[in-house]
Every structure is written in C-alpha cells, then in structure tokens.
Design a binder for this molecule. Structure first.
Ligand SMILES: Cc1cc2nc3c(=O)[nH]c(=O)nc-3n(C[C@H](O)[C@H](O)[C@H](O)COP(=O)(O)OP(=O)(O)OC[C@H]3O[C@@H](n4cnc5c(N)ncnc54)[C@H](O)[C@@H]3O)c2cc1C
Length: 484
C-alpha cells in the first residue's frame, strides 16, 4: 500500500500498473484490469505504452484484410481514445528504452521516467530477417507482424505493376500472405525448409495435403529446401528479384513484393537488459502465475509479469519450455496476470490463478482449406523421447448421401505406453475448429485410444456421421480395422 503519512493523515494512493506493449497481450491485460477496476479500493492507475499509433488491433484479422475481405482499418477494434476516455494513460508511438527493477521505473525514449507498483512486459516478437534483407533498403520488402506491415504489403500489391510475390516462411502467417498474393493474381513463390509445410503443427504427411491444395487451387509454387535469401536486387529503389542459395546453386527469382514471415524471435532485450531471466527457447522465463525472475535468481518477483509472444510456456506433453505465440494462449495469460495483480493488491489469495501447461490449440483458414492441430507432432514427441502410435483416417463429415458433404483427414497421436492422446492434426473444409477444442479436452482428460474408440458421439445425418472420423483414427492407432 502506498501511504502518505504527512501530518498523521494516511492517504491511500492508486496502485500504478505500467504495461509495456500494446499488442494482444498488453491490451488484454489492460481490458481485464479495466473490467475489474472496482476490485481495488484505492483505485488503479493504468498506463500502456506501445510503438504503433493504433489502439486495440486484431492482428489475426490482418491476413483476411489482405485478401480483400474487409479493410485493414476494420481490424482496429478500439482506437486509443476508447482507452484514454476511461482514464488510461495510453501512450502510442512511444518507445520504452529501459526498465529498472531496483528503482521500479520505466524509462521512455523522451527521457521521461514512469514509476510502477506493477510492471507487465508484453513486448511480443519479431520475424528473423535474413542478413541480405536486413541490409537492403529497397521498397517492397516487408515483415508481416502488425497493421503497419499489412498496410505496406497492401500498398505494394496494389501498385498494378506488381506481378511476382515471394514469401519466406512456410508457417501459417507466411501461407496466409501467399494466399493473399495469389488471390490478387500475383505469381507467388514460398521458400521454406524441408520436408513440408506448417512443421510446428503438422507432420509431413499432413503438411503435404496443404501443399497440394495450395499448388492446385491457388497456383502457389513452393521451394522447400535449406536455402536462404542471399541477395535482394532492385531498380529505382524498389525490389525486383531475390537470390536464394549460394554459388552455383544460387537461383534468382523475380519479386515485386517480398514478405518475411519466419522464425518469430521473442523481443526480450528490454527485459534481459534489466537482468530478467530468459530461457533456452529465447523467451522470458516465468512461473505459472506469469511472474518473472532475475537472471540466476531463485524466487520470482511478485510485482513484475511477462506474457505473450516474448514469453516461454511449458509444454503440457513434453514438460519442456517452448514458445506458443498464439493469441489463444495470450488471452489466458492476460487473465492470469490481471488476477494476480488484483490478488496481490488485495492480499487475497482466492483471486490468484495460474496458467495450465500449454497445448496450443491452433486453427487456420488457408485459402479455403482449414488446418487444425493441438498437442505435439510426431517430431516434437520424438525429440522429447516420447514413443508414439498414430492413426490417420479420412472420412466425410456428414452422411454420404448429403449433397456437398466434404472429407476431413484426421491424425491422432497416442503415447505408446499409456495409449493416452497427446496430439491431433487435421485438414478439411469444415468442422475443424470445434474438433480442435474437443481434442484439447480429450488430451487434458487423459483419454486413451480405447476410450476414444468407445465414446458415443451425437448423430444427425445432415450434421455428422454415425461413426465419426475420430473413431476410425483411434481404431487404426490400436490396430483395429474400422467398420466402413
Ligand atoms: C498476421 C498474423 C496473424 C495471426 N493469426 C493468428 C490467429 O489466427 N490465431 C492466433 O491464435 N494467433 C494468431 N497470430 C498470433 C498472435 O497474433 C500473436 O500471438 C499475438 O498478437 C501476440 O501478441 P503480443 O502482444 O504478445 O505481441 P505483439 O503483437 O508483437 O505486440 C508487441 C507490442 O509490444 C510493443 N513493444 C515492443 N517493444 C517495445 C518498446 N521497447 N517500447 C514500446 N513498445 C514496445 C510493440 O509496439 C507492440 O505493441 C497471428 C499473428 C500474425 C502476425
């Protein structure tokens, strides 16, 4: 409690929370605290600092804006005024240059120092830009990280002269950008490593289905080789081509717009400079209540939190640290940070909460194909020394006599000793998001392949199959031939 004991009068001061970062992580901490501001008798003095000039932007909506479904501006759900009107010191276009845990201060680029009672670090991530790109000053070469990037990409594809697009990165963001280019009629090439697409979510057999779809339906060309962009060439200040690979293996490809969407590195410099511990995956280390600790320290700091893409999570299957970098992970962390600030201020342990280890349920629409995953892939399991058995099944999602019934391919991974579900991947045209959420619960409940096989499932021929693809995949994993 801040108290002013001047002349024997005790004045309780509002607790000052400073949030560094105005992406989804920072904004959701702010929104949670605003919604529960009344829980603090002495009040909350809230400050948020971000580099962009926007308020609350749905980053996840940007790829669809690039496809022309709506304007980029529409993804700004609230402008800064919305937060300023609620008494928040909402500082846009502002750089934080230093955090001091000793003085409990945040220093801004202007030299101004802000004191805090609680500090929230939500500095996000930045794509890894190849050296040749970083050194280039050509127009038309962009990352795809926020609305500012989206505006530049949209302008570059809309010039009329743009005919060729080049995307570095075979993850969801890279593929969604590639679809946007292809939809707008640009010849589009994606460069990524072997063997297939979306390696953090899908095994190669499932990734190949996405590749085939994008090649056949959108004409996207893939180069899945261990090659990097080694030069960017241009004319009149604008990019015209990229060179990939070196020496005799080097290839030059025409490119009027280039997007780098690979290797999202956590932004940890501010935190690391302040002596906060970062971990083996390059993110800030926290406990399950999202408190940080000093490098090498044993205990976590009760008044400093970190969350979002700059922060490591603990994987629920491997129990190892990793990065999640999903909005769906961030919103849970934000709730926990707000809970624990309110719990600490009110000295009320019943308000305290923690994040469960992460399963990172993921869904993405990529050019009309829906891709979903939860838990580990075969490769992640193998790297963690977990032996698996798997079942893959393809089936329609409703009765075969219903017009327009579409197939879905589902792969289930079970731990070989316990037969417990540890991962699921799917590719189809419908029912993907709800299945990802269902299978997340099945993993958390510790369901085995046998239990999943013998589970009743709801049925109406216009909506589902009498024997769902999940049953078939579970049966195949334990060596039982599914009934057709
Ligand atoms: C194009 C795209 C589409 C996506 N789609 C999905 C999706 O469909 N589903 C999903 O779950 N996830 C999706 N994601 C991932 C999701 O958007 C991220 O996990 C989430 O936005 C991370 O939020 P963040 O606040 O941690 O980081 P960021 O969004 O990176 O925000 C970081 C903030 O910190 C600020 N900052 C950093 N350093 C400083 C400093 N020194 N001074 C001042 N401010 C600073 C930045 O200005 C920024 O405001 C997508 C991401 C992208 C880029």
């Amino acid at each position: 409690m801040n108290e002013n004991r001047n002349k024997g009068v005790v004045i309780k001061m509002a607790k000052k929370v400073v949030i560094v970062g105005g992406g989804i992580a920072g904004i959701y901490v702010l929104r949670n605290l605003l919604a529960r501001r009344d829980a603090v008798a002495e009040g909350l003095d809230l400050t948020l600092i971000k580099r962009e000039r926007s308020g609350w932007v749905s980053t996840c909506g940007l790829p669809f804006a690039l496809r022309g479904w709506y304007e980029i501006k529409r993804t700004e759900i609230n402008e800064p005024k919305f937060f300023l009107d609620q008494g928040v010191d909402f500082r846009t276009e502002t750089e934080v240059t230093k955090l001091s845990l000793e003085d409990k201060t945040v220093t801004l680029g202007t030299g101004e120092e802000l004191r805090y009672d609680y500090l929230v670090i939500a500095t996000g991530r930045t794509p890894s830009v190849p050296d040749a790109v970083a050194e280039s000053e050509l127009e038309g070469v962009y990352t795809f990280n926020n609305e500012i990037d989206a505006e530049k990409i949209e302008a570059a594809m809309g010039t009329g002269d743009a005919k060729n697009a080049f995307v570095r990165g075979r993850g969801i963001i890279g593929l969604q950008a590639a679809v946007a280019f292809a939809t707008r009629g640009l010849n589009t090439t994606v460069l990524g490593g072997p063997p297939s697409l979306l390696p953090s979510s899908l095994d190669p057999d499932m990734g190949d289905m996405v590749k085939k779809w994008l090649e056949e339906r959108h004409g996207i060309r893939f180069i899945l080789e261990r090659k990097e962009i080694t030069a960017v060439k241009g004319e009149g200040g604008r990019v015209k081509s990229v060179v990939i690979g070196e020496g005799t293996a080097a290839k030059e490809l025409p490119a009027d717009v280039v997007v780098i969407a690979r290797g999202m590195k956590p932004n940890t410099k501010l935190a690391a400079d302040a002596g906060i511990e970062t971990g083996e995956r390059g993110g800030i280390v926290t406990d399950s209540a999202m408190h940080v600790k000093k490098k090498g320290g044993r205990s976590y700091l009760r008044d400093v939190f970190s969350l979002g893409d700059c922060t490591e999570v603990i994987d629920a299957i491997t129990h190892r640290p990793r990065l999640s970098q999903l909005a769906s992970t961030v919103v849970v962390q934000a709730k926990v940070v707000a809970d624990n600030i309110l719990s600490d201020i009110n000295a009320n342990p019943s308000l305290y909460s923690i994040c469960e280890p992460c399963l990172s349920p993921t869904v993405a629409e990529i050019g009309g194909l829906l891709v979903g995953s939860v838990g580990v892939t075969s490769e992640t399991a193998a790297r963690a020394g977990i032996k698996t058995m798997s079942g893959v099944a393809t089936k329609l999602v409703k009765a075969r006599y219903f017009p327009g019934a579409k197939p879905l391919t589902l792969k289930l991974l079970f731990e070989a000793y316990t037969h417990k579900l540890i991962g699921a991947q799917m590719v189809g045209e419908s029912t993907v998001a709800e299945r990802v959420n269902e299978l997340e619960l099945a993993i958390r409940a510790g369901m085995t392949a046998e239990e999943m096989r013998n589970t009743e499932r709801c049925y109406d021929p216009s909506l589902s199959l009498l024997i769902d693809v999940t049953i078939d995949a579970a049966e195949k994993a334990i060596g039982i031939t599914p009934v057709y």
